[in-house]
Design a protein around this ligand. Structure first.
Ligand code: ADP
Ligand code: MG
Ligand code: MG
Length: 213
């Protein structure tokens, strides 16, 4: 029912915060190479605020979609930075798509991720190949949609999509950044993956591990 879905949504936000805590220094170092070095601490501020907001929403009886919308607002308010605004878009898009009424289906979760991918590209104007989180999010969404449409369980389709996101994030090492703070220092970033693509792949992988068929 919707209470279990709300608890799972809040648990997913907790897992995001724990994943960022584990990788905060690594993400900062990646962003130091061509950016301003704050990707780790910015993501940590946002994810911790989102975790608290999600827990409070569950406590207040909210459904899964509302839990994610509250988490989204807290993240974008508190994180600062480009990635904070974009993670707000991601969580809000998924929350608004899955809604509160029913246990979300695999199809509605995949539709939520597709809405997140569309929302991030509409908001940030980056395209695939610009060396941003879009390079991981677009193939993640495409793989998830395809897997669910082919009849895979959410957990199986998500894990396969997370692997696609991980490969795509690693492949950004070969790209020159065309958006964001890394753009003026583009050559310095060659050989290093985009921080936002890498963090998105880490988060997708961690959530895949908590989904059960
Ligand atoms: P800031 O660049 O404001 O310091 P962060 O360091 O937290 O913010 O996040 C940087 C990440 O944001 C980049 O690695 C990239 O993945 C992502 N990013 C930057 N600009 C855009 C954009 N226009 N569209 C999508 N993602 C972007
Ligand atoms: Mg930064
Ligand atoms: Mg910054």
């Amino acid at each position: 029912g919707s209470r279990a879905a709300a608890a799972l949504a809040a648990h997913a936000v907790t897992v995001i915060a724990e994943t960022i805590d584990t990788h905060v220094d690594e993400l900062g170092r990646l962003d130091q190479i061509a950016g301003d070095g704050d990707h780790g601490i910015g993501m940590q501020r946002g994810a911790r605020a989102a975790r608290a907001a999600a827990a409070a929403a569950v406590e207040g009886g909210a459904g899964a979609g509302t839990v994610l919308v509250h988490a989204a607002d807290a993240w974008s308010d508190r994180a600062g930075g480009t990635s904070g605004a974009l993670w707000g878009v991601i969580l809000r898009s998924i929350g608004e798509t899955i809604g509160d009424d029913d246990a979300p289906s695999a199809a509605s979760v995949a539709a939520g991720v597709a809405a997140a991918s569309d929302g991030v590209t509409a908001y940030g104007k980056a395209e695939v190949g610009d060396k941003t989180m879009v390079d991981a999010l677009v193939p993640f969404s495409a793989s998830l949609t395809q897997g669910v449409a082919a009849g895979a369980t959410l957990s199986a389709a998500w894990q396969k999509a997370a692997d696609a996101a991980t490969r795509a994030a690693a492949a950004t090492a070969d790209l020159l950044p065309r958006m964001g703070r890394a753009r003026p220092h583009a050559e310095k970033s060659l050989g290093t993956p985009d921080p936002g693509a890498h963090s998105l792949a880490l988060i997708a992988t961690a959530i895949g591990a908590l989904l059960i068929d």
